[in-house]
Design a protein around this ligand. Structure first.
Ligand SMILES: *[C@@H]1O[C@H](CO)[C@@H](O)[C@H](O)[C@H]1NC(C)=O
Ligand SMILES: *[C@@H]1O[C@H](CO)[C@@H](O)[C@H](O)[C@H]1NC(C)=O
Ligand SMILES: *[C@@H]1O[C@H](CO)[C@@H](O)[C@H](O)[C@H]1NC(C)=O
Length: 212
């Protein structure tokens, strides 16, 4: 896979689309074929996206990963994935990763109700874009005592509306109640989707990509 990763970096950087990109690199035999993709968080400016993907790909191609037939890395602003198995347009329910804020919210009842409502709304918004379009949304909601909740949801553009919704529902109704409800912030990351919430604005305000 090492040579694949080098090729992947080259192809990505001659490509103008710095939001999502997938590619197939054929080897001499079918077993050598490699599939790769990257996706940047919907609010990430192009230059930062490129830098993030480059960093992620370099990390994947370091000595720990470059002999693996599959790799997946999530950064704050981007994700990169490769495999020797075709994975485009397929919903993957594993692996997943959860990052949880150590701080608990003090208004548990109100907070959790608002949290699930707002995450649902964000997921609905992100999932409604057709295949091939960016599936990204952010929503804000008011909390007691002048606090605000910030939510973000995103799926890879190769997913159908239904698969995107399933992936986000799994995160919201499967992961969050178990890992992260009542916390001040959390991230749930799947190969095809991610959600995040915080009590501070963590995403850029210029969502110029959202409309495409
Ligand atoms: C990218 O993924 C789509 C499915 O979403 C697939 O049809 C297409 O062949 C892939 N492109 C490349 C270059 O692998
Ligand atoms: C990429 O890596 C460099 C060096 O470690 C770091 O300074 C930079 O912040 C990283 N950029 C992104 C977008 O992750
Ligand atoms: C969120 O959506 C799920 C189904 O997708 C539903 O079961 C749940 O009740 C909803 N929660 C809220 C608070 O709207």
């Amino acid at each position: 896979m090492a040579s694949f990763l080098k090729l992947f970096i080259m192809i990505m950087f001659t490509n103008n689309n710095f939001e999502f990109y997938n590619t197939t690199i054929s080897g001499t035999t079918a077993d050598d074929t490699a599939y790769g993709m990257f996706m940047c968080r919907g609010d990430t400016p192009s230059d930062l996206c490129g830098e993030c993907v480059q960093n992620a790909t370099l990390t994947l191609s370091n000595k720990d990963c470059n002999s693996s037939i599959e790799g997946l890395i999530w950064y704050d602003q981007c994700m990169v994935r490769y495999s020797n198995t075709y994975f485009f347009s397929k919903l993957a329910k594993e692996p997943f990763k959860e990052y949880v804020s150590p701080t608990k919210q003090i208004y548990q009842g109100t907070f959790n109700r608002t949290l699930f409502e707002t995450l649902n709304k964000t997921a609905e918004e992100a999932a409604k874009a057709p295949i091939g379009k960016m599936k990204f949304a952010t929503e804000e909601a008011d909390l007691p005592v002048f606090q605000k909740l910030y939510c973000l949801a995103q799926c890879t553009p190769d997913l159908s509306i239904q698969d995107c919704r399933s992936c986000l529902n799994l995160s919201i109704n499967g992961n969050i109640p178990r890992c992260c409800a009542g916390r001040e912030g959390a991230r749930v990351l799947y190969p095809n989707c991610m959600i995040r919430f915080e009590l501070y604005p963590f995403y850029g305000s210029q969502l110029q990509h959202q409309q495409v």
